[in-house]
Design a protein around this ligand. Structure first.
Ligand SMILES: Cc1ncc(COP(=O)(O)O)c(C=O)c1O
Length: 384
């Protein structure tokens, strides 16, 4: 049967080749070390599991969740935003999500008509393109380069593109490059959003995985709220990827528009998880700090080991990834294929995140340190 245009327009899954090779190697009994997936290896902290068990015992939580999320969850999210940033949010400026991905892929349906432009970082999380295409929009890629600190060059975007733009995606701390954005950059982006009347969607699931100064929120910028929606997630902050909870915060209009899409597409985030997540947001700073410290330690150890092995990693300021130059003479795909074949290590080719990622590979810091170091020592052998 003929597929819809929106499915045909989705970019080919560039990780498919690596994933096929990975399956073959595993079937052949090879002991791969997988540094490919950005999914925390450690379990959800015991206290949060207790919160989930308690909330599951409450029959009130067994019914359909309500629209924007429970009052308790939204108040906790607002409280967390106020504790963590200089950002005050009302109830109707927050919507609970089934993880950040839910909001990321649904937001364009609220704003983007066929032919409208969505500005997307390259390299970037694939959900930005997928959501844009599902809505019939046109992705306009904003290259992130080492020279620009992996920030998009806002002056390089033509005025006619800005005029057709409905949404600009930003993602700091950034996956895959680990870069952070500062106040000046955010102010510049907000001034363009005001001038051309588009929405900035700042995807911040790594806001709590930082190694030096804590990332700021775009909602801290004066008068930015009307043009900004931010996406936060329990996934990485509290090792909760499998539970699927996040929230969007910012422009009341954008939050409500996203809610309109969601109310027609899903029935909300599991109530027991909202209840447990509310408690985590208010009570589990220690757990979040421990997780942060773990990734910092792994990032530093991985950085030093890669350098010692002759690679050029970028110093990670945040996230759970190291972004590393592919050695001279390689493209990211053939380098990662060699890593799999010869070193039995799974790493992610930069091109999987967009054409500007091609000179790099990404290491996920989601295995224990000694295993990561073993993987890096194996990679040493394939450099030339
Ligand atoms: C940049 C970015 N945004 C969003 C997500 C999805 O997060 P969630 O688990 O909250 O849906 C990820 C997950 O890896 C990510 O890297």
């Amino acid at each position: 049967m003929e597929h819809a245009e929106r499915i045909k327009r989705l970019p080919p899954y560039v990780f498919a080749e690596i994933s096929r090779k990975k399956k073959e190697a595993m079937a052949a009994g090879k002991k791969l070390i997988d540094l490919g997936i950005g999914d925390p290896d450690r379990p959800t902290p015991p206290r949060i599991l207790e919160f989930i068990k308690e909330a599951s015992d409450n029959a009130e939580n067994h019914r359909y969740p309500i629209g924007a999320g429970s009052r308790v969850f939204r108040e906790a999210a607002a409280g967390w935003m106020a504790k963590r940033f200089d950002a005050r949010l009302e109830d109707d400026e927050i919507v609970a999500l089934i993880g950040a991905k839910d909001g990321i892929t649904h937001l364009p349906l609220a704003y983007v008509n066929p032919g409208d432009v969505v500005l997307i970082p390259d390299p970037g999380y694939p959900g930005y393109i997928a959501g844009t295409i599902m809505a019939g929009g046109e992705p306009y890629m904003m290259p992130l380069s080492k020279e620009n600190g992996f920030l998009p060059d806002l002056d390089a975007i033509p005025a006619d593109i800005y005029k057709r733009a409905k949404i600009m995606w930003l993602n700091y701390p950034n996956n895959p490059t680990s870069a952070m954005a500062d106040f000046t950059f955010y102010e510049d982006a907000v001034s363009r959003a005001k001038k051309y009347d588009f929405l900035i969607a700042q995807d911040a699931p790594y806001s709590e995985i930082y190694f030096r100064e804590a990332p700021i929120s775009m909602l801290e910028i004066q008068d930015a709220k009307k043009h900004v929606i931010e996406f936060y997630s329990m996934s990485k902050t509290y090792n909760m990827t499998g539970w699927r909870v996040g929230f969007a915060a910012g422009s009341k209009e954008a939050v409500n528009s996203l809610l309109t899409v969601k109310e027609n597409m899903d029935s909300g985030t599991v109530s027991a998880l909202q209840a447990a997540s509310a408690r985590a947001l208010l009570e589990c700073d220690k757990e979040a700090a421990d997780i942060r410290a773990l990734y910092k330690k792994r990032a530093e150890a991985g950085f030093d080991a890669l350098k010692a092995a002759g690679y050029s990693p970028l110093e990670a300021k945040a996230t759970m990834y190291l972004w590393v130059d592919v050695p001279a003479g390689f493209k990211s795909m053939n380098f990662c294929a060699r890593a799999l074949d010869e070193a039995e290590v799974v790493i992610t080719p930069g091109i999987g995140f967009g054409p500007s990622g091609d000179g790099y590979f990404r290491i996920a810091l989601t295995v224990e340190e000694e295993i990561m170091l073993e993987a890096i020592s194996r990679l040493k052998g394939i450099k030339i």
